[in-house]
Design a binder for this molecule. Structure first.
Ligand SMILES: [Zn+2]
Length: 75
């Protein structure tokens, strides 16, 4: 199921409830319900309300753990 929004078509069944500021190519979104997705970095299938998108591409997603790791490596 895809929800159409001003963010472009989002390949998740739940609406976005919060959009976080972009950090470089990464942007985190909070969904109303936990959704399953595969993290591109660690390769694990995660179920979470928090999803991180890479370079405005909904086919390239990261989990919250990898997002935290990437941000800490940049500092
Ligand atoms: Zn990950």
């Amino acid at each position: 199921m895809t929800i159409k929004s001003k963010l472009g078509p989002i390949p998740f069944p739940a609406p976005v409830v919060k959009i976080y500021p972009k950090r470089g190519p990464l942007q985190q979104f909070r969904f109303a319900k936990a959704t399953s997705f595969r993290c591109e970095r660690c390769g694990r299938v995660k179920k979470s309300k928090l999803v991180v998108r890479y370079e405005n591409d909904w086919s390239r997603l990261l989990c919250n753990a990898c997002y935290g790791t990437i941000l800490s490596e940049r500092q």
